[in-house]
Design a protein around this ligand. Structure first.
Ligand SMILES: Cc1ncc(COP(=O)(O)O)c(C=O)c1O
Length: 393
């Protein structure tokens, strides 16, 4: 085990200067190279749904290694990916699944599938997309174009053309854009993550569904961060009753191994052909076996109930912080909560770390709380108390 701090000198300088070197973890805690333990409410940025050293994941890894097949490529059939796809479809909606390796790749594939569908269905040059203010869909050239962060985009222009942004809640604007007949799909996170933990109003999601149906446009839900149990439902959209045509998933899916997925309904799937899209690694037997164990665990009704209960406990705890001048609002659902501050989030994140609590911001003034979904009541209470100390400092 690596126990001393190693200079990060050979890594390209894309991540700033990491404040900690982590060497081990168990449950919801991680240990740093200096021996200090931290309560982890970052969970690998909403990835480690089952925490560290999960027995579920260990067992799945052992099972996955038995066949000796870690990777085979998609030139050959392997059964674990097919079984995982069946489970995802049965949890979401009838259709098919494409596996890739990250959230951005899942969204990138969704954009391609939408164009393919629009070409096959309308054949009138509808290649555009509508995305929303506050959105984050990834940093590849298509997904970057659909991400509402001009500063991420500008150094790399030109990105994919054809994306227009609407304000969340402004259905008139969406209708106006759709009426131009240039849109293949509308892309939205049902609960915005990086943009500040902002749940999207149910009435707006229903309005989007109706507008897409009216104009013959696909509705794509990006549940890379909010999907797979995080909000207390298998998928965050279930809360609204609105079903998308395409659903993208990633972060918790692979149990920490890189895996993304696109679930597309039959109408979309019917327009795809061999060669339209592909990836060497996507949905290999090893990662699919692990992911299947994760999905079966986090989408089990009792587990989802416990996420909702813990989410309520965390929310209630965070609401007790509203007496602090620095705290403005508690937002989110389940165990994807944000504490909106009247001041920058970064200093609070730093003092919380000093106090023993790991968190990450979501936008300039929101502290994001996305603990492992197995977090205990005692750990929730401890996090709230450490957060109070950190905001007071
Ligand atoms: C909603 C959403 N979509 C897409 C992405 C991009 O995922 P990845 O970093 O795996 O490419 C993220 C990452 O934070 C995300 O939160």
């Amino acid at each position: 085990m690596l126990t001393k701090t190693v200079p990060a000198g050979a890594l390209l300088p894309l991540y700033g200067d990491p404040p900690l070197t982590l060497v081990s973890g168990e449950g919801c805690t991680v240990r740093a190279a200096d021996g200090r333990e931290y309560l982890d409410f970052t969970a690998g940025i909403a990835v480690n749904a089952l925490g560290y050293a999960s027995p579920v994941i260990r067992r799945a890894i052992d099972e996955a290694l038995e066949s000796g097949l870690i990777h085979t490529s998609n030139l050959y059939r392997t059964l674990p990916g097919e079984a995982l796809a069946e489970t995802l479809v049965s949890l979401a909606f009838p259709g098919g699944v494409f596996f890739c390796n990250s959230g951005a790749e899942a969204n990138e594939a969704a954009l391609k599938f939408a164009r393919r569908w629009a070409g096959a269905t309308h054949g009138d040059g509808r290649t555009g997309f509508i995305a929303f203010r506050g959105s984050f869909h990834g940093r590849l050239f298509g997904t970057l174009a659909a991400t509402d962060r001009p500063n991420y985009r500008e150094p790399f222009l030109p990105v994919m053309p054809g994306v227009e942004f609407a304000e969340v809640g402004d259905l008139d604007c969406v209708h106006t854009l759709l009426a131009r007949g240039q849109t293949a799909a509308v892309l939205i996170e049902p609960l915005q993550g990086e943009g500040g933990i902002r749940p999207i109003d149910t009435a707006f999601l229903r309005g989007l569904r109706a507008a897409c149906d009216e104009h013959g446009v696909l509705l794509v839900f990006d549940e890379v961060q909010c999907g797979l149990g995080r909000t207390g439902d298998a998928f965050a959209y279930e809360h609204s009753g609105v079903v998308p045509d395409i659903l993208t998933l990633a972060k918790p899916l692979g149990g920490g191994f890189p895996l993304g997925a696109v679930v597309a309904n039959h109408a979309v799937g019917a327009t795809l052909q061999p060669g339209d899209h592909a990836t060497t690694f996507g949905g290999g037997p090893f990662v699919s076996t692990v992911a299947h164990a994760v999905v079966r665990t986090v989408c089990a009704p009792d587990f989802l109930r416990s996420v909702r209960e813990k989410g309520e406990r965390l929310r209630a705890g965070l609401e007790t912080l509203l007496d602090l001048d620095a705290v403005r609002e508690v937002r989110g659902r389940g165990l994807m909560l944000g504490l909106a501050l009247n001041e920058p989030a970064a200093p609070v994140v730093s003092s919380a770390r000093e106090a023993g609590l790991l968190m990450v911001g979501a936008g300039p003034d929101v502290v994001r709380l996305v603990p492992p979904l197995i977090v205990s009541d005692a750990q929730i209470d401890q996090a709230v108390s450490l957060l109070r100390q950190s905001i007071r400092r």
